[in-house]
Write a protein that binds this ligand. Structure first.
Ligand code: NAD
Length: 261
């Protein structure tokens, strides 16, 4: 292979990584040799056991640090406690589905805080570490909804468009350094965040579960298949490889053709 994909000796901090895409990315980065820091707002035995399982199966160092990504100071504390952060994956995210007049203001604030502002705080804490190390990768998990819109997801779509903008600014501020910043834009991936949307969408459109999956979720995904967490992990690993050293300030869609429509 003419390019370097091994991440041995690097440390990755993945926010919101005790389930779904974040956990899938942590697994793939560890399989490529990176030490990983898992995170969520909980602090259960299961959370720590996940880190232990990654460490045992990949032979890397993995640990779990509790921090609530809705709170700016905890976002910064996560990076400080990690001590080193060569790869920052801003993945934590929540969703709420309602029309704008019915959208609870506290849900709007929480979605903007977790899905967007957290990435500002973690990046602010991690970029000096990357500069000191002389290498870094910022990978923001946006969405097809960072590039297009759908009804009833105002806060999520605003946050995801926002994180695409933050990604571009991060890339420009680090352009002359061996640091890149990119956003991955997944289409639908069948994870807990998607599972939780199914009942609300069933109510909103008066549809069965199967109809929601076929006619609402995958209707805009021309492949008619959910993307997988392993594919997100593989894309993140590629962005950390030397082949991606000149890829910065852009979005990579992993959406079965959604944004080609
Ligand atoms: P998920 O619900 O499985 O994972 C969300 C993660 O964020 C969990 O680990 C959860 O514990 C964590 N989290 C939530 N609130 C937090 C907080 N306050 N502090 C710290 N961690 C917190 O969902 P997912 O599908 O894996 O989503 C991960 C990311 O991918 C999100 O940013 C989501 O918007 C994005 N995304 C998902 C899809 C999809 O179809 N699943 C599509 C596009 C983008």
């Amino acid at each position: 292979m003419a390019f370097e994909i091994s991440l041995t000796g690097k440390t990755a901090v993945v926010t919101g990584s005790n389930s779904g895409i974040g956990l899938g990315i942590a697994w793939e980065l560890a399989r490529a040799g990176a030490n990983v820091v898992l995170n969520s707002f909980t602090d259960s035995e299961d959370d720590h056991a996940l880190a232990q399982q990654i460490a045992d199966e990949t032979g890397t160092k993995a640990r779990y640090i509790q921090a609530d990504m809705s709170k700016g100071e905890q976002c910064r504390r996560l990076i400080e406690e990690a001590g080193v952060c060569d790869i920052l994956v801003n993945n934590a995210g929540i969703q709420h589905v309602a029309s704008i007049p019915e959208f609870p203001a506290e849900k709007w604030d929480a979605i903007i805080a977790i899905n967007l502002s957290s990435a500002f705080h973690t990046s602010a804490a991690a970029l000096p570490m990357m500069r000191k190390a002389g290498w870094g990768r910022v990978i923001n998990i946006a969405s097809a909804h960072g590039l297009t819109a759908s009804p009833y997801k105002s806060a999520y779509i605003a946050a995801k468009h926002g994180i695409v903008g933050l990604t571009k600014t991060t890339a420009l501020e680090t352009a002359k350094e061996p640091i890149t910043a990119n956003a991955i834009c997944p289409g639908y991936v069948l994870t807990p965040i998607v599972e939780k949307q199914i009942p609300d969408t069933m109510k909103e459109y008066d549809m069965s579960r199967e109809e929601v999956i076929e006619n609402v979720m995958l209707t805009r995904q021309p492949s008619k298949e959910f993307a997988t967490v392993e594919q997100m992990g593989g894309t993140a690993t590629f962005l950390c490889s030397s082949a991606a050293a000149q890829i910065t300030g852009t979005t990579i869609s992993v959406d079965g053709g959604w944004t080609a429509l």
